[in-house]
Design a protein around this ligand. Structure first.
Ligand code: UGA
Ligand code: MN
Length: 328
């Protein structure tokens, strides 16, 4: 990698010098004809383009090198696999940039991004390539019968279910039972403290912690006595087997691989999605409380407002919106 970078720098330097020499030679030359001038201009343009390409390549290699330093691997640390379902909407790129930059601070981390789409998009593929993270890019469209319509309230149907299940299947097909690692279901819109990942990394079966700003509460979370979960602080359906938000637990990879049938039930009643997985993996007594016996919130169930596009729509209607080629 270092060699390659050095070569790119050398090529870039050589081209710049050649460009300069060429320009200096041209200085003394009389101007022959319009055609000659045009040809020279074209040559300069092509050279500029090449220099720009090389600069982009240098930036890319820089990113990659930096990633190797930060997201480096350390054999003594269990890997964290985060499975993130994501779908196309105006804020998608912003969410994924924010998330990827949080994850960049972690060691031994592997991001499994599953697009709710018939095909993987270039937007997500590009973002992942640039991210400097170890990642796997998958896609699985939610079947139309299970998909929310635009007018539906957001709670009507479960979201991200098929995608998380595909992430689990990928792990079952590509990872060994002997690997010490942990799996976390990280929605693309939440806010994650880096400390959360230190807490979950050494999960033996299923670890749990509180989640902030969820279920109409300041926080929801397990109640802990003498290192054991004895109940749950929740404002809603407290009798669910595991009244825990998706962001509030992580599962040991080995447990997930050993229980080959365990998964999220797309038909689960509202609020029972998390229970549909956890029920087949652990009992409440076996849960491992983290984050100061569940007294510190390290993840928040935030949600980005859907931007109103009134002005944009008006411009498009007038036929003035589309010719500005800006990547948003
Ligand atoms: C809450 C929980 O925190 C989710 O983990 C749970 O999946 C969801 O409820 C549910 O009941 O299904 P909430 O904030 O209401 O989450 O849901 P979203 O953030 O809108 O979606 C959860 C994840 O699924 C996100 O990563 C989102 O990008 C993804 N998603 C959402 C899709 O892949 N496809 C969709 O059509 C909608
Ligand atoms: Mn959300």
């Amino acid at each position: 990698m270092r060699l390659e970078l050095r070569r790119v720098f050398a090529a870039y330097f050589l081209l710049s010098v050649l460009g300069l020499v060429y320009a200096l030679l041209q200085l003394g030359q009389p101007c022959h004809s319009a055609a000659q001038v045009k040809a020279a201009a074209e040559q300069v343009r092509q050279r500029d383009q090449r220099v720009q390409q090389l600069q982009a390549e240098v930036r890319r290699l820089h990113t990659q090198l930096r990633a190797q330093g930060a997201a480096g691997t350390d054999g003594s640390l269990p890997t964290i696999y985060a499975i993130t379902p994501t779908y196309a909407r105006w804020v998608q790129k912003a969410e994924l940039v924010r998330l990827s930059q949080t994850f960049r601070h972690l060691r031994n981390f592997h991001w499994i991004v599953v697009e709710d789409a018939d095909q993987r998009t270039e937007l997500v593929a590009h973002l992942l390539r640039q991210s400097g993270l170890h990642y796997t890019h998958l896609n699985m469209a939610t079947p139309p019968v299970l998909k929310l319509k635009d007018q539906d309230p957001s709670w009507l149907k479960a979201r991200g279910v098929e995608q998380r299940n595909l992430g689990i299947r990928w792990l079952r097909e590509n990872r060994e039972l002997s690997e010490e690692a942990v799996v976390y279901f990280a929605d693309d819109d939440n806010t994650y403290s880096l400390r959360l990942f230190d807490e979950m990394r050494w999960t033996k079966r299923v670890s749990v912690w509180p989640v902030g700003l969820v279920g109409g509460m300041r926080f929801e979370g397990p109640l802990v006595e003498q290192d054991k979960v004895v109940g749950f602080h929740t404002g809603w359906k407290p009798n669910r087997p595991f009244p825990i938000d998706m962001a509030g637990f992580a599962v040991a990879l080995q447990l997930l691989l050993a229980n080959r049938e365990a998964g999220f039930d797309p038909q689960a009643e509202r609020g029972y999605l998390e229970s549909s997985l956890l029920q087949s993996l652990v009992s409440v007594e076996q849960l491992e409380p983290k984050a100061d016996d569940c007294r510190t919130v390290l993840v928040w169930h935030t949600r980005t407002e859907r931007p109103k596009m009134k002005q944009e729509e008006a411009l498009v209607k007038e036929g003035r919106g589309s010719d500005l080629r800006v990547e948003v």
